[in-house]
Design a protein around this ligand. Sequence first.
Ligand code: 5GP
Length: 189
Amino acid sequence: MKALKERIMRDGKCFEGGILKVDSFINHQMDPILMKSMAVEFVRRFASTKINKVMTIEASGIAPAIMVGYLLELPVVFAKKKKPSTMENMLTTTVYSFTKDRTYDVCVSKDYLCPGDRVLFIDDFLANGNAAKGIIDLVRKAGAELVGMGFLIEKSFQHGGDYLREQGIHVESLAIIESLDNCQIKIKE
Ligand code: 5GP
């Protein structure tokens, strides 16, 4: 998506270890106009898919997911990173975070992820695909169906996208970063 690619080239910052910072428009300060355009693009790309629920993982996925849910007029549920003591009926899985180099549990209530749900997952980044694998596990445990995964930014050099596409999942990424070597951002045309 042209507007996102241009914004990454203009405002994205590269860090050691293959990290791209987009704190000025996605991950800290947010640009709602761009966020809306990105959601419109997801709606276009998943137009032929029957969806009844949008899912994401806290925290950075919530903003794009709520925009998509708003446009599709569908509920948005986010997987939580800490199990609330007051929540029963939880489905849980473990995710490894490469940005934080640790594992954490994510959970979702069976009240909001249900058998038969047709789930579109939306997140900010796809890197190694660990968060995505956790979501696949939660959706499977719920007896729901994952019908698509949409990412604002995919870092193809970390190959999470290869894995997901090999599983036959419909993956859409609005900008694909081919390399961050030498702190140079290379985006797929
Ligand atoms: P994965 O689980 O696919 O390895 O990584 C995805 C998660 O890690 C995303 O939800 C995102 O929060 C975080 N992440 C991975 N790579 C980056 C990056 O380059 N920049 C930022 N800001 N977050 C990232």
